[in-house]
Design a protein around this ligand. Sequence first.
Ligand SMILES: [Zn+2]
Ligand SMILES: [Zn+2]
Length: 253
Amino acid sequence: MGRLSTKCMDWVNRGAEALFPPACHFCHLPLPEAGCCEVCLPEIRPHSLDCCQRCGRALSSDLAPGPCGSCLRTTPFQQETHSLFSYHGPVRDALLAWKLGGDDAAIHWLMNASASRLSGLINADDLLLPVPMPLSRMRKSGLHHAAALAKMVAGQTGCHWDWQLLRRHGEQARQSSLSKVARRKNLRKSFYLNHDHWVERWEPRWSENSQSGRIWVVDDIVTTGATMHYACKALRGLKRPVYALSLARTPVK
Ligand SMILES: [Zn+2]
Ligand SMILES: [Zn+2]
């Protein structure tokens, strides 16, 4: 039976290789083993560690860790903002392939490549909350990308995640189609805290161990930082410091 199963698995694996030959997850160039090719690898840019600690904006090394001018004018609600990669080249392609076509192979590769960075940032007692998506967009794609990322980070670091605590009101226009002013106006009242869920699920266990766990709001891409600011601000009722994490960050224009 054991020999038969092994033989069957060999056939299955050989069939899968014939149908899906190993390739670069980013540009799909054939490779001896699936992964990242030599052309894509140098184009995958980690987000600069020289940045404003508060908002995550890249800064010159003499100005890091900030606060930057923008944070001096309007302080973001979150205590710190961390992004893993610059939204550029293969990372941008990987996010588009995931969001538009559901192909998550490159995203898993990027998350695995970030394992040591993530284990330095996230503790096992931390709680990750994905930025909620408008219901219409979730129904259309059937995917909640920020939640999928939070789940991946939780799987890698052993921390908790919860998609029910931070919620979003109704339907909103797509943020990318709006001007900066309209975007902020649209977002100001978009998010809210599901306080009953906090009291039932998290407050009892957090009050026992109040100092160790931190709350992180997780998103796939940070662009202007407005979504992250208002999503974090919706958690002010928890009276705890909130941190922000994204897979990618667009370069500041
Ligand atoms: Zn490639
Ligand atoms: Zn800043």
